[in-house]
Design a protein around this ligand. Structure first.
Ligand code: NDP
Length: 483
């Protein structure tokens, strides 16, 4: 079979990279190669940054209406190519095709549509001192910015960064993960069709240590918006901090889900399955520490295990499949090593705990059964480190104070969910839990206007709505004295 050759998209054209080598891109559900990715070098980054620099003066001064029309047209292009994009996403990542089609690709279109309108509505402040002076704030585009995203929600997260950066008037050099290059490459053509001027968005392909590192280190890059692991975030911070560049970091999590005796039991059970194992547990917002009040612990455990054992796992192209493969052989080994660690730490595997081998075309794929563990101390490594796979841990509690203590016993602080019908209790917890996002009686309900991001080791800064528009602009105060 002829392998697809992944190319860079620079200055509105697909170009072969002046590469420092190649990577074979494997479909993790079948373990078959599907494409060849170049490891773009410093020379490619220089070329992309030069194209972006040349495009910046015209893009930053383009009328809001014209910019709105182009970003909106990109959303239209994504929608009209949804099937092709969804298939590419599923082949790269092993996630169910229905998930790519019904949630992820539509969300990528929404990201462009949302920030298209943001570019029309973004306003800045003025501060008036009667009879003396008036201050007004300019919010100016930064210049050329870098956007780096991970493999778990590829086009969804890629566009979540690119769209606000462009809406605010910046030009962009963006790098997807080497594990999910295809939709990023396809996006280039869709931008051209939508009328995006050459050089405004440039997409470079490659790995983290070579391509990603060259991109964030480039002296002309004014800001970096990064989503990925905490360890990578630390490396990027250490490069950017001495240069005083703007940095937004969306990093890992170890999200607590607190289930009280008085929750709406059936609804909570249904959502618990979804928040634990959606996208094979590879969403930064998935729950991983399920903290359950003792009055419902035994009943919930039994019902939860029963539901999870009914999840259909296998070929991502089968519409009945609820869980596909994890992203790679290497990631499978990492997740399995945490299951082994949980055993060593005294955990009891209630269900799962092993790989899964489907029949047919996916028999060589990287599947792991959804795994539920109990009996671990809240402070053990399994309950403290991010696994980022289909593995969750059940932890019992008696009092609200205990629940808060367990939830906050983590170096991370991304997202929490609280399940109770007592809103007084829910409000109290929402105040006390140290996460950037709290969902009460729901999970992954998103309003793109809200601040999105985490505390502590889960990141720095917020994405979404005006937060993103502010990140991608520099504010400048102008004071006029007239007294
Ligand atoms: P990584 O940190 O390994 O990679 C993220 C991106 O950074 C990839 O494009 C990667 O390239 C690139 N990269 C790696 N090393 C460097 C470097 N030295 N300099 C510049 N770029 C680099 O994360 P994963 O892709 O494994 O993603 C999973 C992680 O992302 C999890 O920790 C998850 O929690 C987190 N995440 C956080 C979210 C949030 O909103 N807080 C949302 C989604 C995921 P390459 O892959 O090619 O090596």
């Amino acid at each position: 079979m002829q392998l697809l050759k992944i190319k860079n998209y620079i200055n509105g054209q697909y170009l072969e990279a002046q590469s420092e080598g190649e990577i074979l891109n494997i479909n993790p559900a079948t373990n078959e190669p599907i494409s060849i990715i170049p490891i773009s070098s410093n020379a490619d980054i220089n070329q992309a940054v030069s194209a972006a620099t040349a495009a910046f003066p015209a893009w930053k001064t383009m009328s809001h209406d014209a910019r709105f029309r182009i970003l909106n047209a990109i959303a239209d292009q994504i929608e009209s190519h949804a099937q092709q994009l969804a298939e590419a996403e599923t082949n790269d990542t092993g996630k169910p095709l229905w998930l790519s089609k019904s949630i992820e690709i539509p969300r990528a279109a929404s990201n462009f549509r949302f920030f298209a309108t943001a570019s029309m509505q973004f306003a800045s402040e003025s501060h008036y001192n009667p009879g003396q002076n008036i201050n007004f704030t300019l919010r100016q585009a930064l210049g050329v910015v870098a956007c780096i995203s991970p493999w778990n929600l590829p086009l969804y997260l890629f566009s979540w960064k690119i769209a606000p950066a462009l809406a605010a008037g910046n030009c962009v050099v963006a790098k997807p993960s080497e594990l999910s290059p295809t939709t990023a490459m396809l996006l280039g053509d869709l931008c051209t069709k939508a009328g995006l001027p050459p050089g405004v968005l440039n997409i470079v392909q490659g790995d983290g240590p070579t391509t990603g590192s060259a991109l964030v280190s480039h002296p002309s890059i004014k800001a970096v918006s990064f989503t990925g692991g905490t360890a990578t975030g630390k490396k990027i911070s250490s490069i950017l901090a001495p240069q005083f560049k703007k940095l937004s970091l969306e990093l890992g999590g170890k999200n607590p889900c607190i289930l009280f005796d008085d929750c709406d039991y059936e609804k909570t059970l249904n959502e618990l399955v979804r928040l634990s194992f959606s996208n094979q547990g590879q969403i930064c917002l998935c729950g991983s520490r399920i903290i359950i009040q003792s009055g419902i612990y035994d009943r919930l455990k039994k019902d939860f295990v029963k539901r999870v054992e009914q999840i259909k796992i296998g070929d991502p192209l089968d519409p009945d499949t609820r869980m596909g493969s994890v992203i790679s052989e290497q990631h499978k080994q990492k997740v399995l090593s945490y299951i082994e660690l949980a055993r060593q730490e005294g955990g009891k595997i209630l269900t799962g705990g092993t790989t899964h081998t489907p029949q047919g075309r996916c028999s060589q794929g990287h599947f792991i059964l959804p795994t539920i563990i109990e009996g671990l101390s809240p402070s053990c490594r399994t309950n403290q480190e991010e696994i980022f796979g289909p593995v969750i841990s059940l932890i019992p509690f008696d009092t609200m104070d205990q629940a808060i203590q367990i939830a906050n016993e983590s170096p991370y602080g991304l997202a929490a969910t609280i399940w109770t019908q007592d809103l007084k209790k829910a409000h109290h917890l929402a105040e006390q839990i140290n996460t950037g996002i709290v969902w009460i009686n729901c999970w992954l309900v998103r309003d793109l206007r809200t601040p999105f991001g985490g505390m502590n080791q889960s990141g720095l800064g917020r994405e979404g709505g005006w937060e993103a528009m502010k990140f991608f602009t520099e504010s400048k105060n102008v004071c006029i004295q007239y007294s």
